[in-house]
Design a protein around this ligand. Sequence first.
Ligand code: PMP
Length: 361
Amino acid sequence: KYERVYNFSAGPSMLPLEVLENVQKDLLNYKGTGESVMEMSHRSAEFKAIIEDAEADLRKLMNIPDNYKVLFLQGGGTLQFSMIPINLLRNSKKADYIVTGQWAKKAYKEACKFGDIKCVASSEEDTYSYIPEVSREDFRADADYVYICYNNTIYGSKFPYIPDTGDIPLVADMSSCILSEEVDVSRFGVIWAGAQKNVAPAGVTIVIIRDDLIGFAPEDTPVYLDYKTHAEKDSMYNTPPCWSIYVAGEVFKYLLENGGVPAMHEKDVRKAEKLYAAIDASPIFRGTVREKDRSLMNVTFVTGDKDMDAEFIAMAKENGLINLKGHRTVGGLRASIYNAMPEEGVDALIALMKKFEESKK
Ligand code: PMP
């Protein structure tokens, strides 16, 4: 019915076909309004329902406690690298970062502009191929927050544990793993995620923030960068990214109708396990991340030979499996297999890897 490829891109990435079809159905005339959501006033009753439903559904999916605000912001992940320190360096102006990849490092570097920032652990010396073990004693007792990148999109690693920070609020970038596993939101001060991997098209960033952490931005903070601005107006202080919020809402509905996060997680584990098993059994490919720290979403592997990597990537493309090239700092291959990647896509990749191995015998 569709000429659709399996897109292994790290983001923006695949969306569930059913969601795309629903969006297409309502594209020109959203539920009898005679207009597209793209054209709709963000102050209309219809859009109000869209954003309120999206928030309510996300709260259900993630079991978000009432003392957390959910914000739909613009500026991508990159703006959160700035907004987190601006808003959360509220007492000692100290924050501790665990640097497990490029996105964590970018967040760390940005925060350094605003306070006394300490990198308490890093796996940079080993191309971020593992997650360091960190315990409570590693954090400064008076730190205003601790920051982690929960799933490292580029390197294909994921925290196998939630760091124990005691009373210090823990901030987690979950851009590339949100809604792929159940998380106890109450363990975090802030969870934030760019939408363009597991949730929606690019354009909206979800921020889930404990309400006692709002309201500490300095007086001279630009109005958009203060979480309070958005919290007080339910993400409607200014025109929100309406289209992305709408599609996110459609994805949330789809997830709720299909068993929620536990069902996604079960499928994600199944997909990742079979792909890692194929890599581990391969005479040609090998994984790049320590086994216990492997990501369910971004699977990184190499042949060890640049030309052979390129040959496989080209062969995959010919077969409708696209965007398998690894990030330039790791090389090799990366298969991003977010929630919306069908299991058949992973099966097709594994079959192709086997065929490639045969051809090299
Ligand atoms: N954090 C993570 C984990 C990411 O993967 C990315 C982008 N791929 C970012 C942050 C940066 O997001 P953005 O491009 O939206 O600024």
